[in-house]
Design a binder for this molecule. Structure first.
Ligand code: IMP
Length: 444
């Protein structure tokens, strides 16, 4: 049995909490894309864990795997593992030997390219997390990357670096006119990264991901695929170029781990939805609350109450009403079998409540997204009003179940189920795992 958890919006939907909740019945939790740009906050027994690379399942003592579709920064990996160990956890994390390694020159180039884009007035500045994600996937596609398996063999690592590093130096110096630094020192890189390879080997952390998962499944294990980021920042299905460089959508679970799509497709695919919308970085956001002072005040209330500041970067997130055309697109791309709606409590007590039901484009109403970002930016939201629900004792609601939710909140959820054509399996009404109304267990 497999369960795939996917972000339905722009990332930060609260997937970590769901992975943590349902990870209880999983034996193995696998990330299939992205790297230390992810920022999952997991709250367990009042303790908060901010993870950016290690799969959230590791907090609950599961085997956490970083699949071949991930890009892995070994510095971050060992730092996070060290912090978790200091706090008394003993995470079992395995890394695919086919995963690509984020090298210091990738981070440097991420920053350089963002600055160049900002200076160019081209409007294509992405507002990346600066973690080197894009440049690492570029090298993967360009067949000049360093893979985790290469770290295990110092000779292969040297060959890879001796080919790639002079190119990076030339890019930094000759194209951008900047000075290359220690990120382009082959010997220093070799020493540090061969040492990471030694540690990975010594701790038995690397796996042939596809074979490892095949064996675990053959032994009867439940496998959960933990998507990072969200559908609208998928490099194929998102708002290109304001996207990350991987495939957070459900298809990525197969290519990013070496488990066949017939396997993941027989399992559950749960789309995580935040009850409103937030966005880090650039790009269109038709339902954004930024039209006037009243809207900005509303956005600021939601931002504060929902803690809408980047986990990785601390940046304040842009806030908007729930965008339903976006969710119809996400449901189609991912093939959802169910939804989990988070942060319903954050909307409690508002004076007004709306959703973007459709868009208006060229005088016509549309129920889903246009394929180009420029056209998407021209969309005006067609808003629909909902009755706001009051603040209630959310802990008691979580204990008592779905029927204990305020009637107006149930109306909101049922509207969503109807529009997206998938049942709501769980509703998050607070940051702790216990503060979740669970209707269906996807493993059952
Ligand atoms: P990158 O993934 O660092 O290359 O950033 C590309 C875009 O994806 C930027 O707009 C980031 O803000 C966004 N992004 C990357 N990771 C996350 C995430 O975990 N949550 C929300 N946005 C993200």
């Amino acid at each position: 049995m497999t369960v795939t958890i996917v972000g339905s919006q722009l990332g930060d939907e609260g997937k970590g909490a769901l992975v943590d909740l349902w990870g209880g019945d999983a034996d193995v939790v696998v990330r299939y894309q992205g790297g230390d740009n992810a920022g999952h906050t997991v709250v367990e027994g009042g303790e908060e864990y901010a993870l950016s690379l290690v799969p959230s399942g590791a907090v609950r003592g599961k085997v956490g795997v970083l699949g071949n579709g991930c890009v892995v920064n070994p510095r971050t990996l060992f730092e996070e593992l060290g912090t978790l160990r200091e706090r008394g956890l003993d995470p079992d994390v395995r890394v695919a030997r086919r995963a690509h390694v984020i090298m210091p020159y990738h981070r440097r180039l991420d920053g350089i390219e963002e600055e160049a884009k900002a200076d160019s007035d081209s409007g294509v500045e992405v507002g990346t997390t600066g973690r080197g994600i894009g440049p690492t996937y570029e090298d993967k596609a360009g067949r000049r990357g360093v893979r985790v398996g290469d770290l295990l063999d110092p000779d292969v690592l040297r060959d890879r670096l001796e080919y790639a590093v002079p190119q990076k130096r030339a890019l930094i110096e000759d194209v951008y006119g900047l000075e290359a630094g220690e990120e382009c020192d082959v010997d220093a890189l070799h020493e540090e990264y061969a040492e990471f390879g030694r540690r990975l080997r010594e701790e038995g952390m690397t796996v042939n991901c596809s074979a490892f998962l095949h064996e675990r499944r053959a032994a009867g294990d439940n496998v959960m695929f933990e998507g990072a980021q969200g559908t609208l920042i998928d490099v194929d299905h998102g708002s290109y170029p304001y996207v990350t460089s991987s495939n957070p959508t459900a298809g990525g679970a197969a290519t990013g781990t070496g488990v066949g799509p017939t396997v993941t497709g027989r399992g559950e695919v749960v789309g995580v939805v935040k009850a409103y919308l937030s966005r880090v970085g650039e790009g269109p956001m038709p339902t954004e609350l930024d039209g006037d002072e009243r809207e900005e005040a509303l956005a600021s209330d939601i931002r504060e109450k929902g803690g809408e500041f980047g986990t990785v970067t601390g940046r304040p997130r842009r806030i908007g009403w729930l965008d339903v055309p976006m969710l119809r697109h996400a449901a189609r791309v991912n093939g959802y079998t169910g939804l989990a709606v988070n942060h319903l409590d954050v909307l409690a007590g508002l004076e007004e409540l709306r959703v973007g039901h459709a868009y208006e484009l060229d005088g016509e109403e549309r129920l889903s997204l246009p394929a180009t970002t420029e056209r998407w930016a021209e969309c005006e939201p067609v808003l629909r009003e909902f009755e706001p629900w009051p603040e209630v004792d959310w802990g008691a609601v979580a204990d008592d179940g779905y029927d204990a939710l305020p009637a107006a909140a149930r109306d909101y959820l049922e509207y969503l189920e109807e529009q997206v054509d998938a049942p709501v399996h769980a509703i998050g009404v607070g940051p702790d795992r216990e503060q979740t109304v669970v209707r269906t267990n996807p493993w059952a």
